[in-house]
Each structure stands twice: as C-alpha cells, then as structure tokens.
Design a protein around this ligand. Structure first.
Ligand code: ATP
Ligand code: MG
Length: 402
C-alpha cells in the first residue's frame, strides 16, 4: 500500500474519531489510481476550520476563508478543507450565509475535472459520482458538469485543463475542448501570478508540448499576457521544443522564450512578474545560449559562465535538438582542468597588489585581479604568489598601463 496514503489515513482516523467525515480527495486519489507519485494529500471533511484547528496540535489557517486549514501531522502537511459548494463564491453579498455544506457529494460537484472529483475513505472505498475512474481508464479529461459554465465560474480551469493534459498525457473530451475555445478570452481576468503558476507546471509536465498544442488549438495561447502578437509559425516552434531535456523552471522558461523569439525578454519577465532571481537566471540563460550556439567553449568561457550554467546551456541546446554532445564533453574537460574555479582561489589579493606596486587603493586593483585571473585560467600563469608577483612586476615595468 501507498505510504503517503497510509500516513494520511491517520489524519482521517482522528477526524472520524471526533465524529466528522473525512476523505482523501483530488490529486492524491487521481495519482494513486494512475500509479503516479503522490506529492501532497488533500483532505475533505465535514469539520469546520475551527474544529479542525482544535483537533490537531499544529495547524496553519492558510485559507480559512475558503475553509482550508493546513494540518501538520507526523511531520507531513495536509490541506484539510471543509466540504463546500461553488455558490459560496458568488454570494459575496451575504457573508452570513452558511458557506459550508454537509455532504461530500456537493463538495465533489464543485471540483474541476472528473479525475479530480474522486474521494477515498480510510478503507480505500472510492466515492466517484462523476465516473472519474472510467475517464482515468480512457485517459480523458472531462469537466464536472457543463465545461463552459465551469470555465465561466473560474477561468483558471481553462489553464488547469491544459496543465493536466501536459502532466498526465490525457486528451480533453470534445465538450471541454470546445469550451476552452469558446471561453478563451476569459483568462484575461486572471491575475498574472496564477497564470504564471499554471504555465510553470504545464512546462514541467512530461507532455508539455501536448499541453501547449492544446492551448494553441483553442486560441487560449494568444490570450496569455504579451503573446497575442505571436505568429502561428513562431508558435509552431514552441511545441517542437523537448522540455524534458531541461532540469529547472528557469531552463524551461528560457527555452519557451527562445522558441518564441521574444524580442524584449525583460519586458516579458516583468509583465509575468517573475521573481528577481528567476528573472536574472532566465535572462542569463537566454543571453549565453545565443552566444554559445555560435561559439565553442574554451577554458575561460567555462570558468566565467560556471559549469552549472554551462550544463544548463547544453541542456537547452538538446531541448532545441541541436547536436551538442561533443561540445558538452569539451566543456566538462575544460572544467576538470581549470586551475581555479573562483576568484577566491587566487593566491593573491588587493592588499598584495598595493604592496607590490606601492599604489593607493582604487579601481586599478580590480582591473589587475581580472588580468591575473584570466592569465591563470588560460594557463599562462601559475596560481602561485611568487610567480604572480614576478608576472605583475614585469607587466608593470613593460607598460605602466595596459
Ligand atoms: P497537484 O498534483 O498539482 O497537487 P491537484 O489535482 O491536487 O494536483 P490542486 O491544485 O492541489 O490540484 O487542487 C486540489 C483539488 O482541488 C483538485 O484536484 C480539484 O479537485 C480541486 N480544485 C483545485 N483548484 C480548482 C479549481 N480552480 N476549480 C475547481 N476545483 C479545483
Ligand atoms: Mg494537490
């Protein structure tokens, strides 16, 4: 039996012992049936948030307004959500209304797709009113209820559909696909953050190209921020990329933007609200990819770019189906033979230079360090105090300034 499920069953037990109903729902049940790894277990319960919080020692009220409490039990976190129905969203004006429902069936009805609307109790019995199991068998993604209405209620489901296609290699049923097309413009209402999250998951899916293809076929793709002016030809390039070669979100986004030939990468990353760290990494990868698809690696380039980034760039080349095994081997060999891997490993520092040359501190120090570093990395100079001192003094005599 599955360990994540076993552990979650302990939480179900504690809820049941307090006379509440509790079920495992969503992705955990779906992935269990698909024999895929389970990342996190979501729990649905008849207990209300404050009741959940009083039952467990460590809880976090992360989404209490939606009825969600995170419970930490035996070092594992669970999202425990009180049974609720969809209508709670719409009745903003009547907050005093009862927001939670008492039955699991109503809770399952508000879920997005049939494969995500299966519940499992502690005995392992499945509650599957929308025939999610049959859809899992057929590998079909189908909305719970009328797709166009469900997309109307929450347009994020349009992107979630493509994301699940990319993760699971499912096909949308006809109605779902038509509704994606009919409601594609609705995604304009979504916050960029939510779009970014879904697209990041989609690109990381094993069948990312299939998800992207679906977005394009339904016209959703050109509703995404800053992608409305893309030509169909360019879009065709996007689905040709093998994202499986990439090993991080930054690499996948770099591949995505490169394939679209986005001119103003910076503006795109800003508009999509990339974190500063991701923004820098994606920009760096794009820039270096362009350089090193034209130019071969040498020792100094490997040193400057850093071996981790070199490997990332080589993975990007593979994603673009560029032959690069030779280049990768070369870069690895250069890296093996590098006398130093960072400036800190140089046997001299600014103080030494000041002493040797009898000059006051200034920007000249940095310039010398860079010169020494380059000479050492290129194998023209040994990383040794005496050797470096001799080299610096003779250079200094030959020419006061470079
Ligand atoms: P993952 O493996 O990414 O966690 P998941 O199916 O568990 O996949 P979550 O985003 O964690 O996805 O959501 C948990 C469950 O909540 C879903 O399976 C689905 O039943 C329901 N759900 C989440 N978001 C929505 C939504 N926008 N509309 C309807 N139901 C949703
Ligand atoms: Mg989940």
């Amino acid at each position: 039996k599955n360990r994540a499920i076993e552990q979650a069953n302990a939480v179900l037990y504690l809820l049941e012992r307090a006379h509440y109903q509790a079920y495992i729902v969503g992705g955990a049940v779906r992935n269990l049936l698909l024999d895929l790894p389970i990342h996190d277990v979501d729990i649905a319960t008849s207990a209300e948030p404050d009741e959940v919080m009083s039952l467990f020692q460590v809880t976090f009220p992360v989404g209490i307004e939606h009825g969600t409490v995170v419970v930490r039990y035996d070092h594992v976190d669970y999202e425990v959500t009180t049974f609720r129905s969809e209508s709670e969203y719409k009745d903003f004006r009547h907050p005093e209304q009862v927001r939670f429902v008492t039955s699991l069936e109503k809770d399952l009805a508000r879920r997005d797709f049939t494969v995500n609307a299966i519940a499992m109790n502690r005995e392992g019995t499945l509650i599957d009113p929308y025939n999610g199991q049959a859809d899992i068998q057929r590998q079909v993604l189908r909305s719970v209820g009328k797709a166009s209405e469900r997309f109307e209620e929450d347009p994020l489901r349009i992107l979630r559909a493509a994301r699940f296609v990319a993760q699971l290699n499912f096909s949308p049923d006809v109605e779902l696909k038509q509704a994606m097309q009919a409601k594609n413009f609705r995604i304009r209402k979504l916050s960029v953050e939510r779009i970014y999250q879904e697209m990041t998951k989609l690109l990381a899916g094993r069948w990312a190209a299939k998800g992207l293809h679906l977005l394009m076929a339904t016209g959703v793709f050109s509703e995404l921020p800053l992608l409305c002016h893309q030509s169909p030809k360019q879009n065709h390039e996007v689905v040709k990329i093998d994202y499986r070669e990439c090993s991080s979100d930054a690499e996948r986004w770099a591949a995505f933007l490169l394939s679209l030939d986005i001119k103003d990468v910076k503006a795109f990353l800003k508009a999509w609200r990339f974190s500063r760290k991701n923004e820098n990494q994606v920009q760096f990868l794009i820039k270096q990819f362009k350089v090193f698809t034209k130019k071969e690696w040498d020792a100094y380039a490997v040193y400057q770019v850093g071996i981790e980034n070199v490997r990332a760039i080589e993975r990007l080349k593979k994603a673009f189906h560029l032959r690069g095994e030779g280049q990768k081997q070369c870069a690895e060999a250069y890296n093996e033979r590098l006398p130093i891997h960072s400036r800190k490993e140089l046997k001299v520092n600014g103080n030494d230079l000041q002493q040797w040359l009898g000059r006051k501190p200034g920007p000249w120090i940095q310039e010398w360090i860079i010169r020494i570093e380059a000479a050492v990395v290129k194998g023209q100079l040994v990383n040794d105090r005496v050797a470096i001192k001799g080299w610096v003094e003779s250079c200094h005599k030959q020419k006061k300034k470079f």
